[in-house]
Design a protein around this ligand. Structure first.
Ligand code: ADP
Ligand code: ZN
Length: 429
């Protein structure tokens, strides 16, 4: 197993290492980044004040806007000549966030990703097909470096050209597929269209992440491809993919907490929550050189479980990310996450996996959901009755009435990367 010692550290070992590293990181950030020095000074805090892990809650938060405010070179703590690479987030919501890495950072990241593969059951004998996007997005290179570090054969197919993706998978006998869950769903459809039976393939494990997906979707992917579908979490600000991954228990994602100190906070009051309570995940990076991040607010909402896992690992688990605080819709006063809707839709056999939520009016007083009918039911199911059934199911669990439009299979645009579940047609004023 790759970095077995790190994977199986005890809680006490983790805690001790965290304290040592956090103290060093705080000093590094304070001494080398004007932004952190100012924040600490404003809070009347000195690096020496962080004596125990309980003191971490005194450190001011860092948010995405802080990174944007420091565009283009981010919160650099080393001279630019020491920086080896940079990545950037998509920037769909404004100025892109740029993240930078020293050689040591790239090394740490590679190790973390190799650990993720290993924890999920991948070995050097596997053949990894990496269909994440290569480029500024951290997915492609992150999965690539991790596979190389594990000494696994990696095929950098990247996104796109689904036909070639399938022929590569067949010819090269790929055993591990890396892509977004949305793309995995699309591949399942494409395999059908190409007349390729998944039993002709050699796939055994999928490493799926970068977006929320439900347990029902997991079941569907596992059944259709005959694989174990493992969830993996990360974000560009925290190196990229490789922050947390599922072990074969598939009961939460282990956060590599010798590298990431994780907390959950109440997003409104910013109070630290006890383990087991759902809140916004906050990470402190424990050895990042180029761009130290202290108490970074992710906006991702989840529960952290510190109980030792049945796999024997003590790294705390993120119990499946349900969504981001900024994805939450408030419909007629009820909070709804697209993932909750996904859960319900995927459990209805007459429906396909593709859906979207359409926002039409400024005041959200009802939900409008478009969902595809499963190909085998198209032209057979009574659409009116089916729409009613879908509406009833959503109402039963969300206490909301939704307008449902059933679409012909293939109508909703497929994605190579992350799915876009919410379509905003409201007039921008
Ligand atoms: P960008 O910001 O450009 O979209 P990132 O890849 O950095 O690129 O996006 C990170 C975000 O993706 C996370 O904050 C989280 O919301 C989401 N994400 C990543 N992995 C998962 C996962 N396994 N489950 C749920 N959400 C995820
Ligand atoms: Zn485990």
């Amino acid at each position: 197993m790759f970095q077995e010692k790190e994977q199986f550290m005890t809680k006490e070992e983790i805690r001790a290492l965290q304290l040592e590293r956090i103290r060093r990181q705080v000093k590094h950030a304070y001494e080398n980044v004007a932004f952190y020095r100012r924040k600490f000074d404003e809070a009347g805090l000195k690096p020496e004040d962080i004596r125990t892990l309980d003191d971490v809650s005194r450190i001011p938060f860092t948010v995405k806007d802080d990174l944007r405010d420091h565009y283009p070179y981010g919160i650099l703590a080393v001279p630019i000549g020491t920086v080896n690479r940079l990545h950037a987030s998509s920037g769909t919501t404004g100025i892109p966030t740029v993240v930078s890495y020293t050689e040591k950072d790239l090394n740490t990241w590679s190790n973390l990703m190799a650990r993720c593969y290993s924890c999920a059951g991948v070995t050097p004998d596997d053949i990894v097909q990496n269909a994440y996007g290569y480029g500024l997005f951290t997915g492609g290179l992150g999965f690539h470096m991790g596979a190389e570090r594990l000494r696994t054969l990696v095929i950098p197919t990247a996104t796109g050209n689904t036909k070639r993706q399938i022929s590569m998978m067949k010819d090269m006998k790929s055993t591990v597929l890396c892509c977004t869950p949305s793309y995995a769903l699309y591949l399942i459809e494409a395999l059908k269209e190409e007349g390729v039976d998944p039993s002709e393939l050699s796939l055994r494990i999928g490493m799926f992440g970068a977006e929320p997906w439900s347990d029902e979707t997991r079941k569907h992917i596992e059944k259709s491809l005959g694989i174990k579908a493992q969830d993996l979490y990360g974000m560009s600000e925290l190196y990229g993919p490789g922050v947390a991954v599922e072990c074969p228990q598939q009961n939460g994602l282990h956060v590599w907490s010798d590298e990431f100190y994780v907390e959950t906070i109440d997003p409104d009051t910013e109070e630290v929550l006890p383990p087991g309570e759902k809140g916004e995940i906050v990470f402190t990076m424990l050895s990042r050189e180029a761009m130290p991040l202290l108490r970074y607010r992710t906006k991702d909402l989840a529960v952290i479980n510190w109980d030792r896992c049945a796999c024997g690992r003590s790294h705390p688990r993120i119990m499946r990310i349900k969504g981001r605080s900024d994805d939450m819709l408030i419909v007629g006063g009820v909070n709804v996450f697209p993932s909750q809707i996904e859960d319900i839709l995927v459990s209805i056999p007459e429906l396909g996996e593709q859906f979207q939520i359409v926002l039409e009016t400024a005041k959200l007083d009802h939900l409008f959901v478009q969902v595809e009918v499963a190909p085998e039911f198209w032209g057979k199911a009574d659409l009116k009755q089916l729409a009613e059934k879908v509406g009833d199911r959503l109402q039963a669990s969300l206490t909301l009435r939704a307008r449902i439009e059933l679409l012909e299979p293939g109508t909703i645009p497929r994605t190579q990367g992350k799915a876009k579940r919410v379509i905003d047609n409201r007039k921008k004023i």
